[in-house]
Structures are given as C-alpha cells and as structure tokens.
Design a protein around this ligand. Structure first.
Ligand code: CAO
Length: 419
C-alpha cells in the first residue's frame, strides 16, 4: 500500500479541493491526476507519483488541505510507504495565475504540457475547467478541438454561443437539469420541420425561465357567477351597441384588483436578492392573449380606475392589436398580476405559469352549470373554475387559499367589489 500526499504547493495557507479525479477501484498511472486544488490565485492538478489501484480516497471536494495531507491510498506493487506528489520538473500556471506577480502565484507542482485526463474521456486544463465551473458547463458534453480532443477556452465560448442562440440553458446543467436526448424521428416514420415563430420562441424562453426559477403551487377553487352572469347578460346588448364585447374577463379583472387590495403581497415582486418584497401601489393587470404567432401578455393599466365598459373596450382593442402583431414592448411591461383565461375555449382547470416578476397568476376555465347544495337542496348554479398559481417563496398556502376564497366571494357578489 502506498499513500500519496499533497506536495509543497507553494503556499503556507490551506488550499481547497475542488475536484477529486479518481474513484476507488480506478487504476492510475504515474502522473495521472488524483485531485485538483485551488488557492487564491490558481488551481492545480495533483498527479500521482506512483502507479496502482486506488484503495481509499482520503479527501473530498470542499476540504481545505496543506502539504502532507493524505490524498489516496494506492495498492501499488512496490511496497508500502508514504510519498508526496513530487514537484514539477516543468512548471506552468493557469491563465489567471500567469498574469499575477510571481510571488502571489500558487504554482502547480506538476503541470505537464499535455492536459490531464479527468474522468470520462475529458481532457482540459485547470483554467478551462475553472471557466467551465464559473459558467456552469458540464465538460462531459463539450467537444474538444485541441490535440487528443483537449477542450480549450474557445470550445467553451462556442458552446455558450450555440446554447444562447438556441435558447437553451447553457449546459442543461446550470439548474441541475439533465439534458434532453436528441431523437432521430425519421427512424420511426415520415416527418417535416416547421420553424417556431419568433414570438413562440421568445415566450418559450420566458416560460421555461419562470418555470425553473419559481417554485409554483396552484390553488383551485370555483366561484358562483350566476348573479354576475345575469348582470353581464343584462349589459351585453348595450356594450355591443357601442362596438365591443362584454365578457366575464373584465369582471374578473375588477374582482382581482379588489382581492389584490385585500392581500397586497399578491400585488408585489420579489427583489432580485430575495431580501425584500416590492409592494406596488398601482394595479396593472396582464392578460394572456392567444395569437397565431404565439402567446403575448399585454398589460391593462390602472384597472382600479376604470369602469367595466372602458375595460371591455380596451381589452377588445388590445387583443385585436395583439393578434395583428402590433403591440409595442412597452404595452407588455409593468404588470402586477396576470390573468390567463381559457374560458372561451373550454377545460375544467389548468396550472398557469407565473409571469415573472409577478408573484401570482390566475387561470380561468369555462363556467358550467352545476348542482350546488344550498339550504338543504341542490340548486343549479353557474360555477367558474379558478386556478391560482403562486410563487411559494413569497406566498404561503394559507394566504393563497385566503386570496382565492376572497376572489370567489367577490365574484359571487360583485357589490363587494365596491366596498
Ligand atoms: N366561461 C364561459 N364562457 C366564457 C368564459 C368563461 N370563463 N370566458 C369567456 N367566455 C365566452 C365569452 O363570453 C365569449 O362568448 P360570447 O361571444 O357568447 O360572449 C366567448 O367565450 C369567447 O370569449 P373571448 O375568448 O373572445 O373573450 P375573452 O374576453 O373571454 O378573452 C382573450 C379574451 C384575449 C383573453 C382570449 O381571446 C384569449 O386569447 N384567450 C387565450 C389566453 C391563453 O391562451 N391563455 C393560456 C396561456 S398559457 O397559461
């Protein structure tokens, strides 16, 4: 048995283990990298000074070590002893270290001219691996353009460029996500390619970002809108005469604003550092609009200050311009809360994705007549399904249940909106 020790790394302070490059059972040759250490100024690979089979690993990532610390125990053919990884005959430093004054440079004890083999067929220098770590890139999925497939800095830059232009998370691993497999569908039958519309690609990137960054929970409820519908039907003709449609959506917008006033933490955004809630004193409501080019979310401003007819007229104009692709980016900014209504189409419930930086979104499905038990008998009532997705970092389940209950009760009796 042979213990391999940390050699003189040119630094009296401890250095951190940032990578363990071998596992128990690996066969290592002389100069194979065992671990990678990182000090203030540079990272360095520590090569084995003996050949053998790894029996025990004495360090783990995150450990702080000094000269003399045990790295691994090898089952080596030539006896039992403790040896330090020897100092390098040729010294080379990482790129960052190279620009530092010599006295500050933590020089790698052994830096061969060839990069080390670091696991599953990946060759890269410490500088490249450090850059990969900073960018959250898994080197196992980057192609190397250097000699023997060595990964170079330019390979990382090109990898990021490709990922950005395809709208992907750079490595698929930045958020700890495994990469989706690429499937050749022609193996299974005929196919054709249909390019994604620009808006669809943009909304796809936003939806993906919001989905992976925000811990979503969806709370469901049903609102009794029998009386609301009666009132709406009584006003529909008047609206039509003025050239616009009066749909349930504008009633929802008014009820939502009344609920936001009762529960201000829903009319808020989380500060980027996660330290504060930014409470808004205005009530701008985003409305998801389905267009042939994809989903867009224009924002209806100051809903609290507008009447139902004004809102219905504005909603009609804005959704028409959205479908014609004529919205400006300013018209899609500044929402406090978003409503996504699929009520005109159908469905009983869905889980809408929060339109960040909002902290909640209301999904609305199609209303249905249902038997509701009231005062000892079932009575037919028109019930509207509601799906409230909220950011669980900001809002607790109890708050969400209170909000949706308040909203249901406001929709059940619109007079409450005036209170
Ligand atoms: N239940 C029953 N009927 C409903 C309803 C509901 N919840 N909501 C709307 N309706 C009715 C309307 O009253 C209208 O009927 P009439 O013409 O007889 O009055 C009909 O359905 C069509 O309504 P609409 O969809 O044209 O109008 P709207 O105001 O309800 O919605 C808009 C406008 C722009 C939101 C909608 O057209 C739209 O694009 N919805 C899709 C949004 C979307 O894709 N969301 C999913 C995003 S992923 O989270």
């Amino acid at each position: 048995m042979k213990s391999i020790l940390v050699p003189d790394v040119g630094n009296s302070a401890s250095v951190e283990v940032i990578e363990v490059n071998v596992k128990v059972g690996d066969t290592v040759a002389v100069n194979d990298t065992l671990v990678t250490l990182e000090g203030d100024k540079a990272s360095m690979e520590i090569p084995s000074t003996a050949a053998g089979v790894v029996k025990e690993i004495k360090l783990k990532v995150g450990d702080k070590v000094k000269q003399g610390a045990e790295i691994v125990v090898l089952d080596a053919a030539d006896g039992s002893e403790k040896v330090a990884a020897s100092a390098a005959p040729e010294k080379s430093v990482t790129e960052k270290a190279a620009v530092m004054p010599t006295a500050q440079v933590l020089v790698a004890p052994v830096m061969q001219s060839e990069p080390h083999h670091i696991g599953e067929g990946v060759y890269a220098s410490p500088a490249v691996r450090r850059l990969a770590r900073e960018l959250g890139i898994d080197l196992n999925i980057v192609g190397g353009s250097g000699r023997k497939g060595r990964i170079q800095k330019t390979d990382l830059h090109q990898f990021v460029q490709r990922a950005l232009s395809s709208g992907e998370t750079p490595s698929g691993t930045g958020a700890g996500l495994p990469r989706m497999p690429e499937v050749d569908f022609t193996v299974f039958g005929d196919i054709e390619f249909k390019p994604m519309a620009r808006i669809r690609k943009l909304s796809a990137a936003n939806l993906h970002r919001n989905w992976v960054n925000i811990p979503h929970v969806t709370q469901f409820d049903e609102a009794d809108i029998t009386d609301l519908e009666e009132f709406r039907n009584s006003q529909k003709k008047q609206a039509q005469a003025q050239g616009f449609k009066l749909t349930p959506l504008v009633f929802l917008m008014k009820a939502v604003v009344a609920a936001l006033k009762q529960y201000p933490e829903f009319n808020a955004s989380l500060s980027p550092d996660g330290e504060q809630l930014i409470l808004k004193k205005y009530y701008h409501i985003g409305v998801a609009v389905d267009t042939p080019q994809g989903l867009v979310v224009p924002v209806i401003r100051s809903v609290d200050q507008k009447g139902l007819f004004d809102l219905a007229k504005e909603l009609g104009e804005v959704s028409e311009r959205a479908r014609e692709g004529k919205l400006t980016s300013k018209e899609m900014q500044g929402s406090c809360f978003t409503i996504s209504s699929l009520g005109g189409i159908g469905g009983t419930a869905f889980t809408p994705i929060i339109n960040a930086p909002d902290v909640a979104i209301l999904g609305v499905s199609r209303s249905q007549m249902k038997p509701v038990y009231q005062e000892g008998a079932f009575v037919p009532r028109l019930m509207l399904p509601l799906s409230l997705s909220y950011d669980h970092r900001v809002i607790d389940g109890a708050q969400a249940a209170n909000f949706i209950t308040a909203l249901s009760s406001l929709l059940g009796d619109l007079r409450r909106v005036l209170l």
